[in-house]
Design a protein around this ligand. Structure first.
Ligand SMILES: [Fe+2]
Length: 314
């Protein structure tokens, strides 16, 4: 029961998590691995709760005009905007884009290049849920790898990160070659209309809220289950996990029990979580891994509307 809580202020971010980390537009960024084995190319990335959950939770903070380069994953990647305004762009050339704000959520289609940057005027924070225990390798567009190499950063053929300004290529290893046009053509692209079903904006969620417990509201974002109850999700995509947002000012829901790996993470407000009679105070940005089949009570007593995210394995 010891390592179930990840306080945000105790996390150790990587300042060079991925191959493009030394480039302008990417270097003023911090990458946090919170739950699960993670995906950072930085093999030294600190992970707070490394135990496999069937998904991974991380976070990215970045300064204005900074973020991630165009890359693709083979599993789900869901972004939850905690603060600020963020530009998401996608496709091999990154030509399509949309701006998302605090509370908005986008679940990127797999096998499609995506990047993001802080579009606001101060540091912003997003939380990221990735599918599966091992989300597999990250594929970068050739331009990112080419530019990164000029800063000394490259990937080896086992996808590990190497700083060529400090280290030699280890014996028996080669640098990873950028993918060619034929390979690029095999990736998906979506136009702006086609991406809309993958986006849930907070301002469009009110009419879909359901009551849960005493004076709490619920929005089912992904998957069709919160604890044992079924709900229709706002984003219909198979990601391998449920994502639910609980909302309230003063309220509670009691006697929950999750049969699969589950995490609760506060986006806003100090939530009180009682697990088998042990009390945890979950402040904004903190994460709790809920032991399966334990008895869970959740409550909030705040002046402002508060939000608690829940991700559980399908
Ligand atoms: Fe990613």
């Amino acid at each position: 029961m010891n390592n179930i809580i990840a306080r945000f202020n105790e996390l150790v971010p990587s300042a060079l998590p991925f191959v493009e980390g030394k480039l302008e537009g990417h270097k003023e960024r911090k990458n946090y691995s919170i739950v699960g084995p993670g995906v950072a190319e930085d093999s030294k990335q600190f992970i707070k709760i490394a135990k496999p959950h069937g998904f991974n939770l991380g976070a990215v903070s970045a300064m204005p005009k900074n973020g991630s380069g165009l890359h693709s994953h083979t599993t789900a990647e869901v972004f939850i905007i905690y603060s600020g305004s963020w530009r998401f762009y996608w496709g091999a050339e990154g030509k399509n884009q949309t701006i998302l704000n605090e509370g908005d959520i986008i679940s990127m289609p797999t096998n499609m290049f995506r990047g993001f940057e802080n579009a606001g005027d101060k540091e912003g924070l997003i939380f990221v849920v990735l599918g599966e225990d091992d989300p597999g390798i990250i594929t970068w567009v050739p331009e990112v790898l080419d530019k990164a190499k000029k800063t000394g950063m490259a990937l080896l053929d086992d996808n590990s990160l190497i700083d060529l300004s400090k280290n030699k290529i280890p014996e028996g290893r080669k640098l990873l070659e950028p993918i060619n046009q034929d390979q690029i053509n095999k990736f998906e692209n979506f136009n702006l209309d086609q991406i809309q079903p993958y986006i849930s904006k907070i301002k469009n969620r009110l009419e879909f809220e359901k009551n849960i417990g005493e004076q709490l509201k619920l929005n089912q974002i992904l998957g069709n289950k919160f604890e044992k109850e079924n709900f229709n999700p706002l984003i219909e995509q198979h990601t391998g996990f449920n994502l639910t947002v609980l909302k309230g000012t003063k309220g509670k829901v009691e006697n929950l029990s999750f049969e699969k790996s589950t995490i609760l993470f506060s986006q806003k407000g100090n939530w009180e979580i009682i697990i088998d009679d042990k009390k945890y105070n979950l402040s904004a940005k903190d994460t709790l891994s809920v032991p399966v089949n334990s008895k869970v009570n959740i409550s909030i007593n705040n002046q402002e509307i508060s939000f608690l995210n829940c991700v559980s394995k399908l």
